[in-house]
Design a protein around this ligand. Structure first.
Ligand SMILES: [Zn+2]
Length: 56
């Protein structure tokens, strides 16, 4: 799984007008799943299901 930072750099992700991370392909704001066992949160696109990890 790529990090959101890497996704933003690769233009797979972008920030919307409210500074929320969104999937560039689908133009959908990513959903956030906090996994208590991991230091990162998993961000999922509700449209295509691609996932990125968001590091703190
Ligand atoms: Zn997508």
């Amino acid at each position: 799984m790529k990090s959101t930072r890497k996704g933003l750099r690769a233009d797979e992700l972008h920030k919307d007008n409210y500074e929320r991370v969104a999937c560039s392909e689908c133009d959908e704001t990513l959903k956030k799943d906090d996994d208590d066992d991991e230091v990162y949160a998993v961000r999922t696109c509700p449209e295509c299901g691609q996932q990125w990890k968001e590091l703190p």
